[in-house]
Design a binder for this molecule. Structure first.
Ligand code: FES
Length: 81
């Protein structure tokens, strides 16, 4: 599974670095290092909608540090089962 996090300038200011950090922690906690590949992406053109993630081609909008755990559970853990 490939998970891309937007690190364009607008998302960078909104804290995409923290999102990546948290995702790395969650991946480790769930022992998914071999399954989930984390990548940075240039601007996805969705700057007004929080920080966008792309999870295996599916765009997930409105991601922020407050809901990243939920997004991980919903989109990454479920799919990885
Ligand atoms: S900078 Fe992230 S969508 Fe534009």
């Amino acid at each position: 599974m490939i998970v891309k996090v937007c690190v364009g300038s607008s998302c960078h200011l909104k804290g995409s670095y923290l999102i990546i950090q948290r995702l790395q922690e969650l991946i480790k906690e769930n022992h998914l290092e071999d399954e989930v590949q984390l990548k940075g992406s240039f601007c996805m053109g969705k700057c007004i909608n929080g920080i966008p993630l792309e999870i295996d081609g599916q765009i997930v909008l409105q991601v922020g540090i407050t809901n990243i755990d939920e997004v991980f559970e919903k989109y990454i853990l479920k799919k990885g089962e």
